[in-house]
Every structure is written in structure tokens, then in C-alpha cells.
Design a protein around this ligand. Structure first.
Ligand code: ADP
Length: 268
């Protein structure tokens, strides 16, 4: 069982990712693909005259401010355009992919965090109308049902709150929960960088391996959204996944190379 997360940053080559997934699925490898959509969400938000707002928590983690209108834009991109186009790419390559958001069958479920603490101009404020949350439960039975019948699930946020609301959740951490729930050996997190860089954006400073107990330290190299990936990696390993690999989604055979240790390998 392999769980792959492909990000939503500019520069990611979805054709190369889907070429590789098609090869692996044909070899009999069961795969769940989780995807992002951050860059496209920013583009559409600008076009619709509602520029993105990023909240920074007191701990330095960033997240998208998601009021009800932003959630609509978010769903249009993630569960709409991105999911449809990835499923289309896989279908063209002979993979019978099924697109699902976290709401479908309560695939990704967790509490909504309506009140979010954020730092604005050096002061702490409480944001009250946020539709964000954290995945705490995965409907693994639904994924197995599909996998057992030869389908390849393509999963994206939004998730489903405990009260049944659509909520914005972090894709990397959702993928970590899915990998743990399915007992996957490897979680591959593909983005537009070769892995975790000690000195971002200098790609010559790639960190090839991080032990689980060094993750706290690794967090200090990560900026912005990279921090969530490190957090996701730590949650996946804590959930029993043997290896999390940060790999490059801009190169041919991105999954194969990551599976074989190219990028940043995180393990116990
Ligand atoms: P995706 O949307 O592909 O999941 P994110 O944009 O969430 O990716 O996170 C990847 C980004 O994190 C990179 O494009 C890079 O700009 C940024 N980043 C910050 N610090 C680092 C680091 N130390 N090493 C690698 N990337 C980093």
C-alpha cells in the first residue's frame, strides 16, 4: 500500500506524476493519491476579487483564512478543477481513478476549529468565522472498498467536520492520517522542491535523511507551508508508517525515485 501526496505549488508536473502512478498501478501496486491546490486557489481567489489571506499562528504555522466564501473557492479548485483534471489524467492513462473529497462518505473527518488564534501586526487576535480543522478520523473502509475492486482513489480536501460541515484541512497532514489508517509502509510527499533544504532555496543543501527524533530540529529549517509537511511526516511515523519521503514532482518518474530514497527520507 502506497499513499502519495502531490502538492499544489506552481511548477509541479502532474503529467509526470500520473505517468508514474499508471506504471505502478499496472504493476499491481495499490495507490491512494491525495492532492493539493494552493497555487490554483490563490489564482482563482485573485480573479474573483477576493485575494488570499494567510493566518500565522503564535507557533509560526501558516494557514489560509477560510471564511464561507473562501471555502467555496477552495472547493471549486480542490474538489472541482484539480480533482477532475487529475482523475482525467489517470483515466487517459488507463487507471480507473475515483475522485473523492473528504466529505464523501466522511472520508476525512475531524473537529472544526472555528476560533483560530493568529498574530496580526505583532498582536494576537481571535479569528471567529474560520472553516478550518484537523483530520482525526479516516474512513479507511471506504478506501479499501475501492482499492479491493481495482479503483484508484484520488482524494482532496475539504474534509467533513464532526457536525458535517465542509472544512479546510491541510493536505499533507490528511495524507499522513490516510497512510496511518491504511497501514501504508511509505508515504510519498511530492512538491516543487527536491526535499527539505537546510538552506532554502539552495537545492544543494538537500537533507537526505532525518531520524524521527531529529524532526523537531528539522522544523527549524522549514519555512511557511513546509512546516506542515514536517508535522505531517512526524504524525505519519507516530501512526506506524515506516518511511515518509519528500520528493520532487518536477522530474520524470517522481514516485519511483522517491520510493527508492531520492529526496528527504524520514524514518524511525
Ligand atoms: P505543496 O503545495 O506542493 O504541497 P507547499 O507550498 O505547501 O507545497 O510547500 C513547499 C514549499 O515550501 C516549497 O515550494 C518552498 O517554497 C517552501 N519551503 C520553505 N522552507 C523550505 C525548506 N527548508 N525546504 C524546502 N522547501 C521549503
Amino acid at each position: 500500500m502506497l499513499v502519495i501526496k502531490v502538492g499544489g505549488s506552481a511548477g509541479i508536473n502532474y503529467d509526470l506524476v500520473c505517468d508514474d502512478i499508471a506504471l505502478l498501478v499496472k504493476e499491481g501496486q495499490p495507490i491512494v493519491l491525495v492532492h493539493g491546490g494552493s497555487h490554483e486557489t490563490n489564482v482563482l481567489s485573485e480573479k474573483l476579487g477576493k485575494p488570499p489571506r494567510i493566518l500565522t499562528s503564535p507557533q509560526g504555522f501558516t494557514s489560509r483564512y477560510t471564511d464561507a466564501e473562501t471555502l467555496d473557492i477552495f472547493a471549486m479548485v480542490y474538489a472541482g478543477k484539480m480533482n477532475t483534471r487529475i482523475v482525467e489524467r489517470l483515466q487517459k492513462r488507463g487507471v480507473n481513478a475515483v475522485g473523492l473529497s473528504g466529505l464523501d462518505g466522511r472520508l476525512l473527518e475531524g473537529p472544526r476549529k472555528a476560533n483560530v488564534r493568529a498574530v496580526v501586526d505583532g498582536r494576537q487576535v481571535l479569528v471567529r468565522d474560520d472553516f478550518t480543522g484537523k483530520v482525526e478520523r479516516v474512513n479507511a473502509a471506504l478506501l479499501r472498498l475501492l482499492l479491493d475492486h481495482g479503483y484508484t482513489p484520488v482524494v482532496s480536501p475539504p474534509a467533513c467536520s464532526t457536525a458535517g460541515e465542509a472544512i479546510n484541512v491541510d493536505g499533507d497532514r490528511a495524507a499522513a492520517m490516510i497512510a496511518a489508517a491504511l497501514g501504508a509502509k511509505q508515504l510519498i510527499i511530492l512538491s516543487n522542491v527536491p526535499g527539505l533544504l537546510r538552506n532554502f532555496p539552495d537545492e544543494r543543501t538537500l537533507i537526505p535523511r532525518i531520524a524521527y527524533d531529529e524532526l523537531e530540529q528539522a522544523l527549524s529549517f522549514a519555512e511557511g507551508r513546509m512546516k506542515k509537511k514536517v508535522l505531517g511526516a512526524s504524525e505519519a511515523i507516530a501512526g506506524g508508517v515506516s518511511q515518509v519521503i519528500f520528493g520532487d514532482a518536477r522530474i520524470p518518474r517522481p514516485v519511483f525515485h522517491a520510493m527508492n530514497g531520492a529526496g528527504t527520507v524520514i524514518e524511525r
